[in-house]
Design a protein around this ligand. Structure first.
Ligand code: MN
Length: 207
């Protein structure tokens, strides 16, 4: 069963003016499709064929062996699947309940959380991602990773289950924001689907 490009739950122009339609179309139909195709090619005929993307990512970087095609394209496949789901212009919900409590406990408040997350996204040098991760005890961690790495991979200095991620590759914002990455980061906070982030928090902490 090959990996498939997921359909978006909204139109390409639905996130405007925060994220423009052309960027969304190219990002989803070209970039994410590219990672998907290259991931399928990289696992075809290997013992990773049929393995879930989460298990593939967790298996990477062990014993000093790095399969770069799987690492880069597997990360790219997973990261964008998460990204599309935690964006939603129609059903944003609100930051509340256990997730809000954890944010207040770990970061001292919502404004402080946003500032720390924005700093992680702004200071990631070159291409990469900023993450909000949850550990099994419910505690939260903000970090950033280069390229298409993510916290599910071992040994990258960042742990837990990612429940919110922001793509800071230039392909994610350059058409509309050019060099103004901080403006793109600020706009991102206007289109987060907090219901989805809460759902991922609950799933990661339920056991
Ligand atoms: Mn991207």
């Amino acid at each position: 069963m090959a990996f498939e490009l997921p359909k978006l739950g909204y139109a390409y122009d639905a996130l405007e003016p925060h994220i423009d339609a052309k960027t969304m179309e190219i990002h989803h139909s070209k970039h994410h499709q590219g990672y998907t195709n290259k991931l399928n090619a990289a696992v075809e005929g290997t013992d990773l064929e049929g393995v879930s993307i989460e298990d593939i990512l967790a298996s990477l970087n062990k014993e000093g062996q790095v399969n770069w095609a799987v690492r880069n394209n597997g990360g790219g496949y997973y990261n964008h699947c998460l990204f599309w789901e935690i964006l939603n212009p129609n059903d944003q919900g609100s930051l509340s309940g256990s997730l809000l409590n954890a944010i207040e406990k770990n970061f001292g408040g919502v404004d402080s959380f946003k500032a720390q997350f924005a700093k992680a996204a702004a200071t990631q040098f070159g291409s990469g991602w900023a993450w909000l991760c949850v550990h099994q005890d419910g505690s939260l961690e903000i970090c950033s990773t280069p390229n298409q790495d993510n916290p599910l991979m071992s040994g990258i200095g960042c742990g837990g289950t990612p429940i919110l991620g922001l793509d800071v590759w230039e392909h994610a914002y350059y058409l509309n924001y050019q060099n103004r990455r901080p403006d793109y980061i600020e706009a991102f906070f206007s289109v987060i689907n907090w219901n989805e982030v809460q759902k991922r928090y609950d799933t990661a902490t339920k056991n």
